[in-house]
Design a protein around this ligand. Structure first.
Ligand code: NAD
Length: 493
């Protein structure tokens, strides 16, 4: 199957385009061919989006929202089909793929509701017979750049608020996972979204991504991906005076205190660390444990890790799927040597699974390091695979300090029964998301999603906060006094 760009409501069949193969990470099977578009295709899409947006902005927001209700309904109707495609191209196990599609459905209905809110503010004027208010205004054409690890959810966090707020968008998905974008473009078409409001252009970050960032008519770039790429996006976006929203990497930790329910903590750690084969931005990759329970926690973790089933995510009994590609496998494996050279002890895993039934895909054994010092590279750098580093601490205060000692700030978690520690932790953990007695993953779409420090640049996906990325605040003053009234000057009481 050859995928096509979706621009101005048309499927673009370009016989002279270059293509690259989309491969199933579970077995190497070719799923599709994706076009590697050029800056010219970006230009065409921006032109179409610009024309469409002018009309779209005039459609009343509750009517714009109706399209989102329809998109949500179609996603719900096709949920299983979408989840199967997601598992095939990305590798996550089918149960998680269904969850990811559900996240998109939830976002559609949530943002559709915003069509009847999009609240601004009214406030008294300092002058008599004058009215003051602020309203949210659409921005124009926005560019969305998404990663492969959540090929549908992240796109919905960006495109749905963009739509309801009255913008048109160009979406560049990751080349590893274009099929979900293709499926979503079909849904946009079926929902009857006016041509040019939603455009999908496939291609590489360096060509299509760069062209979007450099284009003068793309006013906002909403990017999710690695911190390394985000920095480049920010630099180019800054030079072009664009609004740039960045959601980037993480090095998330679960803290386990001596009073924690260990069984519960182990369940949370396994789910957060090995779910999606450790390829979530919120994945737990550090376990910070109080010395009194370290041995017990380690033993429980080892026991439960040893029975995890690894394989093709379409098999309902599998708990850990493949990683995305050979490059990821090699990157993950390189950290085993790094950890051992630094003096960490490898408790389990640390190997690429090469024997049948794993020989055709990219499978990595769930891995646990212990005796890890907080400043080791395996405790500081994003590995993006099923690898945990256990770090021992002697106190609550030390646990918080170790948690905060990384350049990232996405998600953190603490297991404790002490209510005072709970409140101190939610205050002192310096991440954008904090979980108490739950793992580091599990975000709900009506709350802001994003991180501090090297994870973000102050914006948020998801929740009402996402509207701040896709709207401008406009302050409106209506003077009905019939005379010149000067603010700050004519306001003696
Ligand atoms: P990546 O940075 O390699 O790519 C992300 C997107 O950027 C892709 O679409 C890619 O084609 C594009 N891109 C690459 N170079 C570009 C350039 N020079 N200009 C413009 N676009 C460019 O990331 P990835 O490997 O796809 O995803 C994994 C990373 O994403 C991890 O670091 C993970 O933590 C992060 N992530 C963060 C969040 C979050 O919300 N904080 C969520 C999911 C993933």
């Amino acid at each position: 199957m050859k995928l096509m760009n979706y621009v101005n409501g048309q499927w673009q069949d370009k016989p002279d385009a270059k293509y690259t193969a989309v491969l199933n990470p579970a077995n190497g099977e070719e799923l599709a061919q994706v076009p590697l578009s050029t800056a010219k295709e970006v230009d065409d899409a921006v032109l179409a989006a610009k024309a469409a947006q002018k009309k779209w902005a005039k459609v009343p927001a509750p009517k714009r929202a109706d399209y989102l209700y329809e998109i949500g309904r179609l996603m719900k109707q096709k949920k299983e089909e979408l989840a199967q495609v997601l598992t095939k191209e990305m590798g996550k196990v089918i149960e998680e793929a269904r969850g990811e599609v559900q996240e998109g459905i939830d976002m559609a209905y949530y943002m559709a509701g915003e069509g009847r809110r999009l609240f601004g503010e009214t406030t008294p004027s300092e002058l008599a017979d004058k009215f003051a208010m602020s309203v949210r205004a659409p921005i124009g054409v926005v560019g969305l750049i998404t990663p492969w690890n959540f090929p549908v959810a992240i796109a919905t966090w960006k495109s749905f608020p963009a739509i309801v707020a009255g913008n048109a968008f160009i979406w560049k998905p990751a080349t590893e996972t274009p099929m979900m974008a293709y499926e979503m473009a079909k849904i946009f078409e079926e929902a009857g979204l006016p041509p040019g409001v939603a455009n999908v252009v496939f291609g590489s970050g360096s060509e299509v991504g760069t062209a979007m960032i450099e284009h003068p008519d793309v006013k906002v770039i909403s990017f999710t991906g690695s911190t390394e790429t985000g920095r480049k996006v920010a630099e180019a976006g800054g030079r072009n005076l664009k609004k740039v929203s960045l959601e980037m990497g993480g090095k998330n930790a679960v803290i386990v205190m001596e009073d924690a329910n260990l069984e519960l903590a182990v369940e949370g750690i396994l789910w957060s660390a090995f779910g999606t084969a450790g390829q979530r931005c919120t994945a737990c990759s550090r376990v910070i444990v109080h010395k009194d329970v370290k041995e017990a926690l380690q033993n429980l973790l080892l026991e439960k890790t040893s029975v995890l089933t690894i394989g093709d995510g379409l098999d309902e009994s599998v708990k850990v799927g493949p990683v995305i590609n050979k490059g990821a496998l090699e990157k993950i494996h390189s950290y085993i040597g790094i950890g051992q050279e630094e003096g960490a002890t490898l408790l389990t895993g640390g190997k690429i699974l090469e024997e049948a039934p794993h020989d055709k895909g990219h499978y990595y054994a769930p891995t646990i390091f212990t005796d890890v010092a907080p400043d080791m590279r395996i405790a500081q750098e994003e590995i993006f695979g099923p690898v945990i580093s256990i770090i021992e601490v002697g106190s609550f205060e030390e646990a918080i300090e170790v948690n905060n000692s990384v350049i990232y700030g996405l998600s953190s978690s603490i297991y404790t029964a002490d209510v005072n520690r709970v409140f101190k932790a939610q205050r002192d953990l310096d991440t954008g998301i904090v979980y108490i007695n739950a793992g580091t993953t599990g975000a709900e779409i009506h709350l802001p999603f994003g991180g501090t420090k090297g994870t973000g640049n102050g914006h948020r996906d998801s929740g009402v906060a996402a509207l701040d990325v896709f709207t401008e605040w406009k302050s409106v003053y209506v003077d009905f006094s019939g005379k010149l009234q000067r603010a700050q000057i004519d306001n003696d009481i």
